[in-house]
Design a protein around this ligand. Structure first.
Ligand SMILES: Cc1cc2nc3c(=O)[nH]c(=O)nc-3n(C[C@H](O)[C@H](O)[C@H](O)COP(=O)(O)OP(=O)(O)OC[C@H]3O[C@@H](n4cnc5c(N)ncnc54)[C@H](O)[C@@H]3O)c2cc1C
Ligand code: HEM
Length: 369
């Protein structure tokens, strides 16, 4: 794969500088030839103009050994069914990708580059197609919003009832589209409850700055609206065989998967001590504290520590949750679960490394890069 990898990198470097224009050309090629494909993409293409092109280029270039990424690519293929991607679309997209790079590279482009991209794309596409083909599930599930509660200016907790049962494990996440307000924009959210008999799923969502989907989910969505949900993903799940005590560290709505894991523990745990660290900027953002405290009052193995980083009169801990965790401990023998913004997760992982918590004992989900 060495030669192929260097051909791919070398050829991409010829057009990288004009990435935005290459993306424009790439989509234009696809939509001119196959206008129907326009309907697969979000209405406002400028929002994430280079998303698909960027994703493919990254996949092709970083997946130097496609066998190692077999499961990832199969999952990506399964997931693409939610975009209504059909097998024949792969060829169209692969062709447009190479044509657009060729158009911008000019004289420097060579037949070897054509071949390198065609080969690498074909391997990846075939793995994605195999994953899609083998999936027994529907491409997505419809669900009705059966509860919606604003917990703060920016946070809502809502409940969705899928029209068909949707299996997932506590701690996983799934992608969600709200066609009424933001058609064809999918984002990932983590159910905040362990699977229930009535199949309902709770979600905790924070509207981020200029966020397209999150602000619609928090500020516009109402009971009775329909959403689409796609297959569960993620591995931040409990190992039932572990006898170690556990620490859950949540920042803001990062609490969602943590609460789901906690709920699962309430169904069988008798022997493990569990410590929850829940942090936010202000007390208003500790939007689910009442429920957490109720759980802690009911289950003697559970303790909850809260912290605010921008609320000097808050009676709990002061500061970032990553620093607060480090004040407690020792933690060398614990299983860790960390969830929140990219910044919060990164800071917590750094702290845990300093405390010599082995990385194999840490599972985490980061909401942003
Ligand atoms: C595995 C996983 C699980 C997730 N689970 C949840 C969950 O349970 N609850 C939840 O509220 N969110 C969750 N998220 C985040 C969610 O998927 C979206 O990224 C988020 O709601 C923003 O989407 P948007 O369309 O509103 O923003 P976009 O329109 O995609 O982004 C708008 C702008 O906001 C910035 N931005 C995006 N996300 C954040 C953020 N979190 N903080 C600050 N700035 C941001 C972007 O960089 C961009 O500049 C999860 C993300 C991942 C990867
Ligand atoms: C090698 C082949 C491909 C790879 C590696 C790839 C990879 C990706 C990735 C990583 C994403 C972002 C995932 C997400 O946000 O959930 C994405 C999004 C998407 N892909 Fe693909 N993809 C491929 C082929 C295709 C094909 C053939 C189509 C059909 C037209 C397609 C349509 C889409 C659409 C519609 C989106 C959402 C785009 C958006 O929100 O702007 N992809 N792709």
């Amino acid at each position: 794969m060495g030669d192929l990898a260097s051909l791919l990198k070398e050829s991409w470097s010829l057009v990288e500088e004009h990435q935005d224009k290459v993306a424009g050309y790439f989509y234009a090629r696809i939509f001119l030839r196959y206008p129907d494909l326009r309907d697969l993409f979000p209405v406002q293409m400028d929002v994430q103009r280079a998303r698909l092109l960027g994703a493919i280029v990254t996949a092709v270039q970083t997946l130097e050994d496609p066998e190692r990424f077999d499961e990832y690519l199969r999952a990506l293929g399964r997931d693409h069914r939610k975009f209504h991607v059909e097998p024949e679309h792969y060829e169209v997209v692969g062709g447009a990708l190479i044509e657009s790079m060729r158009a911008f590279a000019g004289e420097a482009w060579s037949i070897e580059y054509d071949q390198a991209w065609a080969d690498a794309y074909a391997v990846i596409a075939s793995k994605m197609l195999a994953g899609a083909d083998a999936d027994p599930n529907p491409p997505y599930w419809y669900g009705e919003v059966v509860g919606h509660e604003r917990r703060s200016r920016d946070i809502a907790v809502f409940t969705v009832l899928p029209l068909q049962p949707l299996e997932y494990r506590a701690g996983q996440y799934l992608s969600l589209e709200c066609p009424r307000y933001q058609p064809r924009l999918w984002r990932t959210y983590s159910p905040a409850n362990a699977p229930r008999r009535d199949n309902t799923l709770d979600f905790h969502v924070r509207a981020v700055g200029a966020g397209w989907v999150s602000s619609a989910l928090v500020r516009r969505m109402q009971v009775g609206d329909m959403v689409k949900l796609a297959a569960p993903m993620g591995s931040m799940t409990l190992d039932r065989r572990s006898t170690r005590d556990a620490v859950f560290v949540a920042g803001g709505t990062g609490l969602a998967p943590i609460k789901s894991l906690l709920e699962e523990l309430t169904r069988y745990n008798r022997t493990r001590w569990v410590h929850v660290f829940f942090g936010a900027r202000t007390r208003e953002d500790l939007y689910d504290l009442a429920d957490l405290n109720r759980l802690a009052a009911r289950y003697p193995w559970l303790s909850v520590v809260t912290a605010c980083s921008e609320d000097p009169t808050f009676p709990g801990e002061q500061g970032y949750i990553s620093d607060v965790v480090a004040k407690y401990g020792p933690w060398k023998e614990h299983d860790f679960f960390v969830s929140g913004s990219g910044r919060m997760v990164k800071a917590t992982l750094k702290r845990l490394a300093e405390l010599q918590v082995p990385s194999v004992r840490i599972k985490y989900d980061s909401f942003t890069d």
